[in-house]
Design a binder for this molecule. Structure first.
Ligand SMILES: [Zn+2]
Length: 64
């Protein structure tokens, strides 16, 4: 199983083009690059729609 290369949720550049930072939001996970991170910090509403499109995380198995 191969996972797709991570890309910035905003500009869609890959980890080969820019440093990507792992992002978690609302039980979902994605990536944002160092150049888009300030947008997320200062204007998160601009990325709200994109955050809502992130892939849900797999639920953690509860071994009990
Ligand atoms: Zn970006």
């Amino acid at each position: 199983m191969s996972s797709p290369s991570p890309t910035c949720l905003n500009c869609h550049r890959t980890e080969h083009q820019v440093p990507l930072l792992n992002l978690r939001f609302g039980g979902k996970e994605g990536w944002v690059c160092s150049q888009c991170l300030p947008i997320l910090i200062h204007k998160p509403q601009q990325l709200a729609d994109k955050l809502n499109l992130l892939e849900p995380l797999d639920p953690v198995p509860d071994d009990d």
